[in-house]
Design a protein around this ligand. Structure first.
Ligand SMILES: Cc1cc2nc3c(=O)[nH]c(=O)nc-3n(C[C@H](O)[C@H](O)[C@H](O)COP(=O)(O)OP(=O)(O)OC[C@H]3O[C@@H](n4cnc5c(N)ncnc54)[C@H](O)[C@@H]3O)c2cc1C
Length: 387
């Protein structure tokens, strides 16, 4: 059974009647195992964008889970979405990453878009359901953590903004139909919904990298990129404030991906430890191996509690900035430790492509950097605690 027992227990803790949600998650888990997992290794090794998986995910309704029904969403609680994302990440982290980015962009439109933008982008263009794809473009060559210093400019000219500048380290902008992009206007940093077909929107360079190899990490070159005035998201000058809100949701979804990756690595290590013999015994009988397995599953469940708690508070309309940040910090660092131990339990085979266990470590490694490095998250948590 692909649906994870410990996850089911958390859902039962959160909801008085979790039955309906557990049924949905049961079928999501079966779907992920049957339809998504088989291609995960090939996507990584051959660096294939997981477009086919994403079409299946959209048809299964997973992207739509948390969004309002008026935009063709399913209107289900956020923890259900987080649980589905966890299972997707366990099956194929590359697929889950796009769902996470998509969810973050849709959340931005839902929170800060006007009525027309919500109807146009979430519903008619199918972003909420996943019929079209989204990217998020904040980082620039000068600055990632220090987003306040970005240099891309957007100059109002008649009914359009003219954008010039360079974005870098952007996940799959060429595959995206729409990009939530940040640029400096007269009133400060502002956010724009840019179609990937806009003239002057050029994906200039693909940057080779360690993990998440199904995604093309790219540089975007904006050369008099002309964006209609009505595609400014929310108010001019409030882009960074919006980005911070959007990243609260994004960080909970990154935490869920980390947990899914860790669960995949843990299950493989558990199974391998039973099958592998050394010195006349199964290695699972050695206490130093058992110590690793115990620490792995304990870390995974602790991360689950923090992450589902943050998701639950989000559903209740609470300010989750600290909880989302803690969930992301703890879960991503936990995933790295778990994947490292999983490689160790596999011995030399853990280092080989054949066993595919190092894929989980390589994917997990990004998660302590993207959407806020662990250092920046620690500073934020401390700042909020000291306030
Ligand atoms: C695979 C991948 C996918 C990505 N996808 C996207 C995407 O889709 N969209 C997007 O906008 N960005 C994306 N990014 C960019 C990512 O968000 C940034 O790399 C990240 O925010 C860090 O920024 P930076 O790389 O500029 O590092 P810097 O900000 O230069 O930081 C370098 C180091 O200094 C530390 N540091 C910085 N400031 C402080 C401080 N005040 N105190 C202590 N330590 C500090 C950091 O923690 C880090 O260790 C992606 C990156 C990668 C690797």
């Amino acid at each position: 059974m692909y649906y994870i027992k410990d996850m089911k227990n958390v859902m039962e803790m959160l909801f008085a009647d979790a039955g309906e949600y557990n049924l949905i998650l049961g079928s999501t888990g079966d779907f992920a195992e049957r339809e998504i997992m088989p291609s995960a290794k090939k996507i990584d090794q051959e660096e294939i964008f997981p477009g086919q998986n994403l079409e299946k995910v959209a048809r299964q309704g997973i992207m739509a889970i948390p969004f309002p029904q008026e935009y063709n969403g399913l209107g289900l609680p956020y923890p259900v979405y987080i649980a589905a994302l966890e299972m997707l990440a366990k099956a194929c982290a590359n697929t889950a990453l796009q769902v996470s980015i998509q969810g973050m962009v849709c959340e931005g439109i839902r929170l800060f878009g006007d009525v027309k933008q919500k109807k146009e982008f979430l519903k008619e263009n199918g972003l909420a359901e996943g019929r079209s794809l989204a990217a998020f473009a904040l980082t620039e060559p000068c600055c990632g953590s220090d987003a306040n210093s970005i240099q891309t400019r957007a100059q109002l000219s008649g009914n359009n903004y003219i954008l010039n500048g360079t974005k870098t380290l952007i996940t799959s902008p060429r595959e995206a139909d729409f990009i939530l992009l940040f640029a400096r206007t007269e009133k400060g940093i502002s956010s724009f919904l840019v179609s990937g077909k806009t003239s002057g929107f050029n994906v200039a360079k693909v940057i080779p990298k360690l993990g998440f190899r199904g995604h093309r990490l790219s540089e975007v070159y904006l050369d008099n990129c002309t964006v209609p005035k009505e595609d400014l998201l929310g108010e001019e000058g409030k882009g960074l404030e919006y980005a911070k809100h959007i990243l609260n949701s994004g960080r909970v979804t990154i935490a869920a991906i980390a947990i899914g990756i860790a669960q995949a690595a843990y299950e493989k290590a558990l199974s391998y430890s039973k099958d592998r013999s050394a010195f006349g015994n199964s290695i699972s009988e050695y206490q130093l191996v058992q110590e690793k397995l115990a620490d792995m599953v304990t870390g995974i469940n602790a991360a689950r509690l923090l992450t589902y708690f943050a998701a639950h508070l989000k559903d209740k309309g609470k300010n989750i900035v600290s909880e989302a940040t803690q969930a992301k910090l703890f879960s991503t660092e936990m995933a790295l430790r778990v994947c490292d131990k999983a490689i160790q339990i596999h011995g030399g085979y853990g280092y080989t492509d054949e066993y595919d266990i190092h894929r989980h470590w390589r994917d997990a490694r990004l998660l302590t950097i993207g959407e806020g490095t662990s250092d920046i998250l620690r500073l934020l948590i401390a700042h909020l605690s000291l306030k």
